[in-house]
Design a protein around this ligand. Structure first.
Ligand SMILES: Nc1ncnc2c1ncn2[C@@H]1O[C@H](COP(=O)(O)OP(=O)(O)OP(=O)(O)O)[C@@H](O)[C@H]1O
Length: 403
């Protein structure tokens, strides 16, 4: 199988080149693997062009392996550039050995949950070692297809084009999209994950107005919601097989779905049960976390004061996500305080679905931001965003990960 080695020298703390020179390339050589190419990316989007050129330049009908040293953003670019590259026939399956060199490395941390005792370099080589071993697994990568559409116009031919972006990790609006939007501006001064916290403080009092539809996934055919009492997903009370779509209104504080991952950073387990959906037989799913302030019994209306006070609760929820995903068990007591006891409304709504639609209120500018694996997109005025879970069509195409 052809092997490409690609790393992004500016990912995370910029240590990819040293890691590849000192550890990854010698490890490949030790196993008599001679890569067809070893390339450092030179700019945004370059990773996709390297792979597309390689696949198009020869008749590579057979699968290839890529040892990819980067964060989640570079993988996102690879998927999207290939998706937008015209090709006479579908690209073959691409098997990835990931080397986590980025800031958050959500996909890698989800596949290989870190443990404190582990040697940091050994930890980063796990997927490469799986690739080099005889008895490796290669798990297919599910995808979330995001489409941002303008409003319908007549005749349809005059409508501006839709924007499509494919996520392998996360699609979000609301607080998370605002954080990613603002943290990009902080990247130069702070290359660590601390910049996400700084941006979180800047945005935590915002609420976002939108109407939302949730669609079921194949298999259950209903939208499901996590029930902490049952410790399981159960059918959503407003979803039945004959009328499965759930309609919701805002305001929203947090709205984020993941695919493939149970965490966005090694310790931030925002969708802690998501790995259940990666089993071979499980239909593609999005695990969605929503926080809607109006579920809190202490508020009946939006005000500056309510937003400030609610920010503390959002902080507590996100803090609990760092405690092994404990936020999914939090409820409101009658006075609005947060508890793990009783049967009050859950603070977060943890949903499992096949897709969602987000239609922002036209005057709420920040509600138009969508984050797809760190890329920030803007929904056109009066338009909407949809996010749909997808699995590879067959085992000859798409992406798979060495584990
Ligand atoms: N040589 C380069 N110079 C500048 N930017 C580059 C170069 N090569 C790739 N990039 C860009 O670097 C960006 C960040 O990459 P990546 O996602 O790998 O790291 P990260 O953002 O630190 O990690 P994570 O996504 O896990 O938080 C990508 O969007 C990519 O377009």
């Amino acid at each position: 199988m052809p092997v490409l080695v690609i790393y992004n020298p500016v990912s995370g703390d910029r240590s990819a080149k040293a890691l590849f020179d000192d550890h990854v390339l010698p490890l490949l050589a030790k196993h008599n693997v001679t890569p067809d190419k070893v390339v450092a990316t030179e700019s945004s989007g370059h990773v996709g062009n390297i792979v597309a050129d390689f696949l198009l330049s020869s008749d590579h009908a057979q699968p290839i392996s890529i040892v990819l040293g980067s964060g989640d953003g570079t993988l996102h670019e690879l998927i999207n550039v290939l998706n937008n590259t015209p090709s006479p026939k579908p690209f073959p399956r691409i098997h990835l050995a990931l080397v986590p060199c980025g800031t958050a490395n959500a996909l890698y941390a989800a596949l290989f949950p870190p443990s404190p005792q582990e040697d940091p370099v050994e930890y980063k080589l796990k997927s490469v070692k799986a690739f080099l071993s005889d008895d490796h697994d290669s798990v297919p990568l599910n995808l979330a297809v995001n489409v941002l559409s303008p409003p319908h116009v007549r005749p349809p031919a005059t409508a501006p084009p839709k924007q499509v972006s494919i996520s392998a990790v996360v699609t979000s609006t609301s607080l998370h999209a605002s954080i990613l939007h603002d943290s990009e501006a902080l990247r130069a001064s702070d290359p660590t994950i601390e910049r996400f916290k700084t941006a979180a403080y800047q945005n935590i009092t915002r609420w976002y107005y939108a109407s939302v539809k949730l669609f079921p996934r194949k298999g259950p055919e209903v939208v499901e919601v996590y029930d902490p009492a049952e410790r399981a997903f159960v059918p959503h009370e407003n979803s039945a097989e004959d009328e499965p779509i759930v309609d919701l209104i805002g305001p929203f504080s947090y709205f984020l779905s993941t695919v493939n991952v149970d965490r966005l950073e090694p310790a931030f387990r925002i969708t802690p049960r998501a790995k259940e959906t990666l089993e071979e037989s499980s239909p593609a799913a999005l695990d969605l976390i929503m926080i809607r302030p109006m579920r809190d019994p202490s508020y009946t209306m939006d005000s500056e004061e309510a937003r400030k006070a609610f920010a503390e609760k959002v902080g507590a929820v996100l803090g609990a996500a760092y405690q092994d995903g404990a936020h999914i068990n939090l409820r409101y007591a009658e006075d609005g305080s947060i508890t793990t006891e009783g049967d009050g409304p859950t603070v977060v709504e943890y949903i499992r679905c096949g897709g969602w639609e987000w239609e922002p209120d036209d005057i709420d500018e920040r509600a138009h931001l969508v984050c797809a694996d760190g890329d920030i997109l803007t929904i056109p005025t009066n338009g909407k965003a949809t996010c749909t879970a997808a699995t590879p069509m067959n085992d000859q195409t798409g992406f798979a990960l060495y584990t």
